[in-house]
Structure formats: C-alpha cells, structure tokens
Design a protein around this ligand. Structure first.
Ligand code: ZN
Ligand code: ZN
Length: 350
C-alpha cells in the first residue's frame, strides 16, 4: 500500500495539499460537523493523493483542479493555497476556533494510551480502517481497538462472521505496517434480548477486545433488562460494557434504559468486565450519578470515543472531564494501560 500523508494533530505551518484537506476534515469532525460537510474534504484528499506529482503541478498552475471529479471550488482553493506554501484560509479559520472538547480532565487525558471503541467504513463509520488507526496514532495513542458492529445491526451494516473474518486479515496486514503502534482487533457486539451475543463465540474468542452494547429494545422492563445485562457482562468473552444506559442527550433525546445498576456493576467487578465511559457528546454515558456507583462497585473503566470518523477520536476529553469530576483514579481506567497489560487483562477471562 502506498504511504499516505501524515495527519498530524498539530499541523506544520504549510501543510501539503492532502494533509491540509485531511486536517480540515479532522477539525470539522471534532467539532461535530455533519458528515456531508466533511465528505467533500475527505474525498478531495483521496483524489489529490491519487494524482501524479506532475499532474498536480500542472493542474494547480492551470487552475484546472475543479475539472476533477471529487474536487469543487472550495477544495480546489485549499489545494492551491497549500501547494503555494500557504496555510489555506479555510484551515486557518478553523484552527483559530477553540476546540469544543472540555479540558478539565487534562491530567487523565494526558494519561490515555489507547481507545477501545471505534468504527470504520466496514460498518457505519465514515472512513477506512487505516485513516482511523493512523489518526489514533498521530493523536499520541499507543494502541487502538477496531470495533465495528455485529450482524443484527443491519442499519449500521453490521459485519457477518464471514466479513469479520475478512476484516481480521485486513487488520493483520495493516497492523504489521503500523507497528510499533498497535492496531488491535475487536467488535462492538450487540447484546440480544436474552443477553446472548450477536456473533459466533469462537470468532469472539479470537478478538483482542470485545465491547458488548445494547442497541435494540432499550425500553425493556427493568427486571428483563437487568437479566439481559447481567448475562452479557458475565459472559467470559465480554471485556467492556458499552454505553450502558443507551441515553441520548443531544438531538432527539432518549431516556436511560431501566436496570438494576448496582447489580450490573457488581457483576462487572466480579467478572472483570469494564464499564465504558462513552465520550460521544450526544451520549456521555453513563451519567455521573451512575459513574459514581460503578466506581463504588469496584469496576474498571474504559474512556472510549466510539469514533465514527477520524476527528471524533479527539473526543476523549469529554469522558476524561467526567471521570475526573467523579474522582475515577487513572489506574482504574484501562485506556491508560500499556498494551501488554490491556491484552493480559482482556485474555484472562477467556
Ligand atoms: Zn453502540
Ligand atoms: Zn459504537
């Protein structure tokens, strides 16, 4: 595979054209821009990377970049300005805006080494695996787990066992390329109505990290939801309980699922299943009240971005701020662990 331009979180003064386009996309994604606004920049970046250097020079000189499919007037301007050695105006404007990600959990954020939850375009993410992994690396992570959806979540193009096996081959190749950074295998597996998991158990056993989440029937009666979550977190193949209440607090709000939180967190502590602190701004799940109860129960946590685009990998500050507010010690947060400790922990219960 041809090397891709680096996507540095802090850009050089005059980024090359593709890096400038990627940086714009990253900032828009971090700032929660809708996908359609970002897509133009990601697409244009891919077009520029595919151009021969001579072709790029000629098109910049003759101002014919706009003739290419995937490049419009705005993205052509960015390419021309970056090519001339200037910081494109559109990028400078974005860089001048303060990041919306909270900074109050700075100490915990600085301790983060990885992220246990991200999606690629194999399921409902917007970018290829390599763009996600390289961005995680460029943000300073030592490892990241790829966790695309499971088969029943058809709206999110959940991976069948066959597609997941194919993905494992792709990840193995890419992981070798990215070493010493560690791209780890995983899944965000649906917890079915009876608490069983939506993927072949042998295949789950092959993965580095299994995140299990509820995405259907979130309004189940409390006793049934408690049984469902207990079965999932006690399953030896599950490492992380994803966004446990399912609430949404931005856009169209969704109430928390009802379940016996103390019973579920006690089971998590007993079975060494971590409770995820989901960083997505619209989720921020679990709420602080439950986060404190999980801490009291003695669970481990992950601070996960659940990123569906590269810029969203920069959202860990949302979870770190909340964890610090609730006095969660860094050592109880698995995403601060070195990769060997993470893998020893995740494989211990299998
Ligand atoms: Zn989810
Ligand atoms: Zn997810």
């Amino acid at each position: 595979m041809a090397p891709r331009p680096t996507r540095t979180p802090t850009p050089p003064p005059a980024p090359d054209p593709a890096a400038a386009l990627d940086r714009i996309a990253f900032l828009l994604e971090r700032d929660q821009a809708p996908t359609y606004r970002v897509k133009a920049f990601r697409t244009a970046s891919a077009v520029v990377v595919g151009l021969a250097p001579d072709d790029l020079r000629r098109r910049v000189e003759q101002r014919t970049l706009g003739e290419l499919k995937g490049i419009g007037p705005k993205t052509a301007d960015v390419v021309e300005q970056a090519y001339a050695g200037r910081v494109p105006g559109y990028l400078a404007d974005l860089e001048s805006r303060p990041s919306p990600v909270p900074t109050d959990g700075a100490a915990l954020l600085a301790a983060q080494r990885g992220d246990c939850h991200m999606h690629s375009d194999w399921s409902d993410g917007g970018s290829p695996i390599d763009a996600m992994a390289r961005t995680a690396r460029d943000l300073g992570h030592e490892w990241v787990v790829l966790t695309d959806h499971s088969p029943r979540l058809t709206v999110a193009r959940g991976l069948t066992a066959e597609r997941l096996r194919a993905q494992l081959d792709v990840v193995a190749e890419l992981a070798a390329e990215l070493a010493p950074f560690r791209l780890l295998t995983g899944i965000e597996c649906d917890i079915l109505d009876d608490g069983s998991l939506d993927q072949d158990p042998d295949l789950l056993a092959r993965l580095d990290v299994v995140v299990a989440s509820v995405h259907s029937k979130l309004r189940m009666e409390e006793p049934a939801m408690t049984r469902r979550l207990l079965a999932a977190v006690r399953n030896p193949r599950v490492n992380v309980l994803g966004h446990c209440t399912g609430r949404l607090i931005q856009g169209k709000p969704r109430p928390e699922s009802a379940f016996d939180a103390d019973a579920v967190f006690a089971a998590c502590a007993e079975s060494h299943t971590a409770v995820e602190i989901n960083c997505r701004p619209e989720r921020r799940d679990p709420p602080s009240r439950l986060l404190r109860r999980a801490l009291a129960a003695g669970v481990y946590f992950t601070i996960d971005t659940d990123a569906h685009a590269p810029g969203q990998l920069d959202w860990q500050g949302y979870g770190c701020a909340r964890a610090e507010e609730c006095d969660v010690p860094a050592d109880r947060v698995i995403t601060t662990w070195p990769v060997d400790r993470l893998l020893a922990w995740s494989s211990a219960s299998r």
